[in-house]
Design a protein around this ligand. Structure first.
Ligand code: P6P
Length: 329
């Protein structure tokens, strides 16, 4: 969007923004509006629960585990229910891939879109009042509308995303998304229950001085990772690791920086999941001028073979990711 339109647009509601920019979505903008409305609605409910988690008994773990073996927190399960219900009622989605469910969820054979979602990433931070997030990807189904969902609809590459974004439940709650025409950020006004454009045409600085990595795993880093971390320290960069991917990513998007979750002894293929964490943030990063790789290859060109597959994840400012990958042997 040219600068003048940006200035005029700040403060407009999400729905109005989508209508004003409908040429940017390759399909009917009403379908995108409905999908983002479904996601925004669920996020408002989750936001309300997150903001009062300490007051009612939804803190802490359920005692169950999700497909990835992570201990499920009560808010994880609640968030998954909210997003599943909102997308099901909205009618646009035919299937849902979620970190919280083993297989994909069949929603509506007449739906045209497949949603991949991490309903509440960073949930281990819920009890200590640290920002958490929702991450989502939107794909167009490949099989004919009205037929049974096929595997080709589910395991699509990141380059096939038609939209992606995240919600950050932080000091303020923000929805940030892209449809392949740049990145725009909306801030939730709880008094009006609406998202308003606050960060038009977001750009990730080409370079930065912040690196995010869990150095508690340093003893099992590959030499290339150790070399890059030492390079950052020699340059006097700042180490910042919130332990909540969306929060670290969002800060790096605004200020410049790199987030790395490499292969470790504990997670041989990295900890983060391709389908509902890495692809979405890779799309946003690239659309904002950044980069996302697995240490060598572009994240969005990884051909998925399993719903919950993991990948090493390097994402952030273009020059920082390029430098980190230059150490790969
Ligand atoms: P570790 C949260 O569980 C998460 O998926 C990301 O949000 C976060 O960046 C990472 O894992 C933290 O993992 O192993 O450093 O505690």
């Amino acid at each position: 969007m040219e600068q003048s339109r940006i200035a005029d647009s700040i403060g407009i509601p999400l729905d109005r923004f989508i209508k004003n920019n409908q040429e940017q979505f390759q399909y009917a903008s009403g379908e995108l509006s409905q999908l983002l409305r479904d996601i925004a609605l669920a996020s408002k409910v989750v936001n309300r629960e997150v903001n009062k988690a300490g007051l009612i008994d939804i803190m802490g773990a359920l005692g169950s585990q999700n497909t990835a073996g992570d201990n499920q927190q009560k808010l994880d399960v609640l968030a998954n229910i909210r997003f599943t219900r909102a997308l099901s009622k909205g009618g646009e989605a035919c299937a849902l891939i979620s970190e919280e469910t083993e297989s994909y969820v069949d929603l509506n054979n007449d739906g045209k879109y497949v949603i991949a979602i991490d309903p509440l990433d960073g949930s281990s931070n819920i009890d200590v009042n640290v920002s958490i997030g929702t991450i989502f990807s939107i794909y167009r189904r490949r099989s004919p509308v009205g037929t049974v969902i096929q595997e080709e609809d589910i395991l699509q590459m990141g380059t096939d995303q038609v939209a992606a974004g995240y919600i950050l439940y932080g000091s303020s709650t923000m929805l940030v998304y892209t449809t392949g025409h740049g990145v725009n950020g909306f801030t939730h006004d709880p008094t009006l229950g609406e998202y308003f454009l606050s960060h038009p045409d977001m750009r990730m600085p080409d370079d930065g001085k912040i690196f995010s990595i869990n150095e508690g795993q340093a003893l099992s880093f590959a030499p290339s990772v150790t070399k890059y971390v030492n390079y950052c320290k020699e340059k006097g960069y700042t180490g910042r690791y919130i332990g909540s991917l969306v929060a670290d990513f969002h800060r790096n998007l605004l200020k410049g920086g790199i987030y790395i979750y490499p292969a470790t002894a504990k997670d041989k293929n990295g900890k983060l999941r391709l389908m509902y964490e890495c692809n979405a943030l890779a799309f946003v990063a690239e659309q904002a001028g950044g980069l996302a790789t697995d240490g060598r290859n572009r994240i969005m060109e990884i051909r998925p073979s399993a719903l919950h597959q993991r990948t090493p994840f390097y994402v952030g400012s273009k020059e920082m990711v390029e430098k980190a990958c230059s150490f790969a042997d």
